[in-house]
Design a binder for this molecule. Sequence first.
Ligand SMILES: [Zn+2]
Length: 230
Amino acid sequence: MQWTAELPEQISSLRAASQYENSLLRYREAARLEAEKHWSVYREQVDAAGHVLRALLPASAHPCSVCTILNPLQADQLTDVVTTKESVIVVTSHLRTESCVHEMVHVCADPLLRDWMPRILEHADLLDATYEPMVRMRYTWDRSASSLANVFSETLVRVLTAWALYHRTREVLIQQIEATTREGFLYAAPVVERLNAIAEGQPMPEHWLQECLSACHDAVSTGGSVQSHR
Ligand SMILES: [Zn+2]
């Protein structure tokens, strides 16, 4: 949060600068250049990922539209999201497909995760294997139910994001899942393995969660996917 502490001083020096009157024009120019370079690929990829997600997750959870607002002054590593009943509004400094799809997945998977949560919370021991990296990344803070809920939700969202974007390019998908696992999301591999079992274009069936949780337990007990990426 260092940058927020420095923000008032930055704003003052910006206003004192002789070029201040041009700053709005520069701001608009920065947004225009970013859109000119990346908009068509970004839109195409986000649309394609939305199509995959619509088939996989409950239709009722999908927003009617996804709107992106370019803000060149936004801290580069942050993507802000505002959700309304009809749309998801993504505020970002650059057009990054992955960030946008990640936020779409959060919105689309949330109702399902809420329904699933009592069953997920029956598997509190799953937190043990992933506890340390998750504390480090601040996705968990203790061994409570809400910590497990957070870890499972974020793991599923990251896997679904990679799936929506790369499921047709197997090698890239595997690389993405390996990178996610190395970051500390130790259940990414068993979760994607269960997604593989769903026929293309079909929704996630009701029994999917149970199979997924079992695959996570198997990965811990056999030391397979979980151990190999530690
Ligand atoms: Zn997330």
